[in-house]
Design a protein around this ligand. Structure first.
Ligand code: SF4
Length: 343
């Protein structure tokens, strides 16, 4: 058996930016399952992962649902198939477990849009403000945060804070605009960060697709570049308001399982279609922008997962002081009552 691993491993190699050389065939499936048992590992995969990675995972979900699975598991090793800040969150919530990510270079343009140094400077300019950070942030940024939030609980989190307190909301400007609109507060400062994938789903594409498919519902992630225009178009009567649903990825799946839609236009990363099609095979899900792919999510390839399980790489670590402060801001969110589901 070990010979199978070494022959598959010898085919693994790194191109410019990802591990490649292994096909997701039956031999690969057997080897992944055998190595997983050998390490007493659990494989968690985000909704935006490649279909073959989603299919071999023990659990598929949004970033926080997966972190909660990580905290509950009896496995010694958590293999987190997602991007780096997500694996960090799993480590923060399960500090005693070994957390591996199949490719530590899998970053996130949104998390990278604010550094701990930038947040420190912003806080210094607003010394009395409270900091609310979306979970798509590094551990260092979470450690400087009062309360974290997800796309599904951001409005509840902000509503739970004293009305007279200024709020620094980061890093996503589209989610920040959504929160400002829903809470009707004018003392929220929003950081001008964005995810290149979500920002690439444009208001024009949304309007064209919604007009061409008048019978379709729209599931829109609040981080999307088109989110504000969906609300605007619904307000103007250009799209019937009841067709527009602002959902986190977890809420999209819940809505799909409840059924009732023949056609649904999706505004988020295209990996989501694999889960939606499994949740409601009879429905017709179409991406508003079929090119909306996260290159970082797709760095978790079959070769990367094999190498990860065979070699125990790449291990995710978070220094204890940062981990504790970051855990406090995540737990402050959970204590508000709606544990939420993020990207
Ligand atoms: S889709 Fe955007 S927010 Fe999500 S991991 Fe990729 S870069 Fe980050």
């Amino acid at each position: 058996m070990a010979n199978i691993t070494s022959s598959l491993l010898s085919a693994c190699h790194r191109t410019d930016n990802h591990w490649t050389g292994v096909e997701p065939n039956a031999e690969w499936v057997d080897e992944i399952n055998r190595l997983k048992q050998e390490r007493n590992a659990v494989i968690l995969a985000h909704n935006y992962q490649l279909p073959e990675i989603q299919d071999i995972a023990d659990y598929v979900g949004d970033s926080l649902a997966l972190s909660r699975k990580a905290a509950e598991t009896d496995a010694d090793v958590i293999v987190f198939c997602g991007v780096h800040f997500m694996a960090e969150s799993a480590k923060i919530l399960s500090p005693d477990k070994t957390v591996l990510i199949p490719d530590e270079e899998a970053g996130c343009s949104l998390a990278d849009s604010i550094t701990a140094e930038q947040l420190r400077e912003w806080k210094a300019e607003h010394p009395d403000a409270l900091v609310v950070s979306y979970v798509n942030t590094t551990a260092e940024v979470k450690a400087l945060t009062d309360v974290c939030c997800t796309s599904s609980n951001a409005v509840d989190v902000v509503k739970s804070l004293p009305e007279d307190k200024e709020i620094l909301f980061n890093p996503d400007m589209f989610l920040g605009a959504h929160v400002k609109r829903e809470t009707d507060r004018d003392n929220i400062q929003v950081w001008a960060g964005e995810c290149h994938v979500h920002a690439g789903i444009t208001p024009r594409q949304l309007e064209e697709q919604a007009t061409a498919n008048p019978e379709a519902d729209l599931y829109i992630h609040p981080e999307c570049g088109c989110a504000n225009s969906a609300i605007y178009l619904a307000g103007e009567g250009a799209i019937e308001p009841e067709r527009v649903h602002m959902y986190s990825t977890g809420q999209m799946l819940d809505a799909a399982r409840e059924g009732g839609n023949n056609k649904v236009l999706i505004a988020t990363e295209t990996g989501m279609l694999h889960q939606l099609n499994q949740a409601a095979p009879e429905a017709d899900f179409q991406a508003i922008n079929p090119q909306a792919e996260c290159k970082y999510m797709k760095m978790i390839t079959p070769a990367a997962l094999l190498r990860c399980l065979a070699e125990g790489a790449d291990e995710v670590t978070v220094p204890e002081d940062i981990s504790k402060a970051a855990r406090d801001s995540l737990e402050a969110m959970i204590s508000i009552g709606n544990p939420g589901s993020g990207e």
